[in-house]
Design a protein around this ligand. Structure first.
Ligand code: NAD
Length: 502
């Protein structure tokens, strides 16, 4: 049997129970139907229905928030070593079920096994990394002054809401939920309506690994009701959100009345700048990887290529050859490099840019076509002859679509790279160290890689500037978000107290 057929058979086994019961909400360790009935989850591979999903509304979020609030004191006060052990168990349990998670994720989202099998393991790594920080999470600073011993300590902020998108949903969810739990917070998770499967697996795995009931609750549903209520709920002290910039702005308003602390990881239109002194073979590999892997549905994808005019022709010719070679196909086939686009709506959006590019005067040098009509497949696409004012250079397409723009000088490249509302990531290819230092210092982005693709390092800060977000994840930055700083000053007896009425 081929690996593809074996994967299809295994997936059918994993999905059988969901087909029978649907995906239920999980509140206080119990399966719950949604107050809003059900909606259906479909696969972009062949547009068939996967299963029903409980549609959570206000009542479900209220119940989940209550469960998270009730579970909070015991989870907060649990000895750090015990909490660490539970979270390490979760990491092991994710690893043990990584194949199931990856297969379900691929079917739900159209992502390929090639990448999702790694993403599932990254989910385990997220738990392991933050579990190992638990014992230090409350550590503060000692800031002595001449008359006071000033110390700081940190306390978990309380129950928090985590709202996640449909792209690599398992990995992204663990990236938020693991540090929140490690900090001592309890969580209500609202996964994206288009990718509910792996969130269900996560809460199940976590409970089986020993997470007490009510510490992690999952409410499925739409953003405008379940999501909205979560951002407005008075018991929820903070919202960690990953999604579109426009939604980030909406939820900030929704959270204003309850003064919600917000961490926003939003969209991007990230530049990759290739100078003519770079190692061009490696640059070519990285440019291709950073826009066409994960179906291009990736916030840090390098969707704008700025290529120095002296090497443009040669570089674009090689790009076209490689892009035309990329294998589009069934996501459960290990040979597949690009699977289908996540939903009909998103497929329509991505493919609409084929006409937009032509109307704006760009050239479709590769791709620009759909593949069959069984699922939402598109050929990886390259636009050339573009400039930075075109819509294909300004709007986040969020698919396997690259816009190539020539530049002649470093100043011009910098100006165009920064001329965008976004500022998530940037990539620079040059062998001139001084130029790399100068350029990265002025590039407006939260994260920059020089002569490398995006390599996530968990202790490093992850996040964007401008419309790409507010706040950082990673290492201690995650705890800054999920915890409150508390200052305590102990008088050493020497300072003078102003005497009133003496
Ligand atoms: P989206 O903003 O449409 O939805 C994200 C989540 O928000 C979903 O769970 C949705 O139900 C919920 N939501 C929508 N409206 C809401 C509301 N009014 N109140 C509360 N919740 C609401 O985003 P998407 O289309 O699912 O994901 C793609 C976007 O995510 C892209 O823009 C991408 O760049 C971004 N993203 C950013 C990062 C990052 O790290 N910066 C990572 C991944 C994805």
């Amino acid at each position: 049997m081929s690996v593809l057929n074996a994967n299809i058979e295994k997936l059918a086994g994993y999905l059988a129970r969901f087909k029978e019961t649907g995906i239920l909400n999980r509140i206080n360790g119990e399966d719950c139907a949604g107050a809003g009935g059900v909606f259906q989850s479909t696969t972009p591979v062949d547009k068939s229905v996967i299963c029903d999903v409980a549609r959570g509304t206000e009542a479900d979020v209220d119940a989940a928030a209550k469960a998270a609030a009730d579970a909070f004191p015991a989870w907060r006060d649990m000895p750090a070593a015990q909490r660490k052990k539970i979270l390490l168990n979760v990491a092991d349990a994710i690893e043990a079920r990584a194949e199931e998670i990856a297969l379900c994720e691929c079917w739900d989202t159209g992502q390929t096994m090639r990448f999702m099998s790694k993403a599932a393991l990254r989910g385990a790594e997220n738990f392991r990394f933050f579990a190992n920080q638990v014992t230090d999470a409350r550590n503060g600073q000692n800031l002595p002054s001449p008359t006071l011993m000033n110390v700081t300590t940190r306390k978990p902020i309380g129950p928090v809401g985590v709202i996640t998108p449909w792209n690599t949903p398992f990995m992204l969810s663990t990236w938020k939920i693991a540090p929140a739990l490690a900090a001592g917070c309890t969580v209500v998770h609202k996964p994206a309506e288009d990718s509910p499967l792996s969130a269900r697996l996560l809460v199940e795995i976590a409970e089986e690994a020993g997470l007490p009931k009510g510490v992690l609750n999952t409410v499925n549903g739409y953003g405008h009701d379940a999501g909205k209520r979560l951002t407005e709920h008075p018991a929820i002290k903070a919202i960690a959100f990953v999604g579109e910039s426009r939604t980030g702005s909406i939820i900030t308003k929704q959270g204003a009345d309850t003064l919600k602390r917000m961490h926003l990881e939003l969209g991007g239109k990230n530049p990759v700048v290739v100078f003519d002194d770079a190692d061009l073979d490696r640059a070519l590999d990285a440019v291709i990887f950073m826009i066409y892997s994960i179906n291009g549905e990736r916030c840090t994808s390098s969707s704008r290529l700025f290529i120095q005019d002296t090497i443009r022709e040669e570089f674009e010719a090689k790009l076209v050859e490689r892009v035309n070679n990329i294998k589009v196909g069934h996501p459960l086939d290990p040979a597949t490099e690009i699977g289908p686009i996540v939903t009909q709506e998103h497929f329509n959006k991505v493919t609409s840019y084929f006409d937009i590019a032509k109307e704006d005067g760009a050239t479709i040098a590769a791709g620009g076509v759909t593949v069959g009509d069984e699922g939402y497949f598109v050929r990886p696409t390259l636009f050339t002859g573009a400039n930075n004012d075109m819509r294909i250079a300004r709007e986040e397409i969020f698919g396997p679509v690259l816009t190539s723009i020539p530049f002649s000088t470093e100043e011009e490249a910098l100006e165009m790279a920064n001329d965008t509302q976004y500022g998530l990531a940037g990539y620079v290819w040059t062998n001139d160290l001084t130029r790399a230092l100068r350029f990265t210092d002025q590039l407006e982005a939260g994260m920059i890689w020089v002569n490398a693709e995006n390599v996530r390092h968990l202790p490093a800060p992850f996040g964007g500037v401008k419309s790409s977000g507010i706040g950082r994840d990673g290492g201690d930055w995650s705890f800054e978000f999920y915890m409150e700083q508390k200052h305590i000053g102990f008088a050493t007896g020497q300072h003078k107290i102003m005497r009133l009425g003496a």
